[in-house]
Design a protein around this ligand. Structure first.
Ligand SMILES: [Zn+2]
Length: 67
């Protein structure tokens, strides 16, 4: 017998709507929100990656300086 996840009331990560999900991994009320959130996250990620890269490089320099 397959295990079924109980229904959970959740709030969409993208539009804030309340929805019911069977999967504990679901984060959006619809495929539209999922794809829009993915696109937004992708955009954000590029800027964040740049920031992360800069921070990473700075950390490297700091480590080398303290060793
Ligand atoms: Zn939504």
């Amino acid at each position: 017998m397959k295990k079924r996840y109980p229904l959970k009331r959740k709030v969409c990560d993208h539009c804030g709507a309340t929805y019911y999900a069977r999967s504990h991994r679901a984060r959006w009320c619809s495929a539209v929100c999922q794809s829009q959130n993915f696109r937004a996250a992708k955009k954000q990620t590029q800027a964040e990656l740049e920031q992360e890269f800069v921070a990473q490089e700075a950390e490297k320099v700091n480590k080398e300086a303290t060793q």
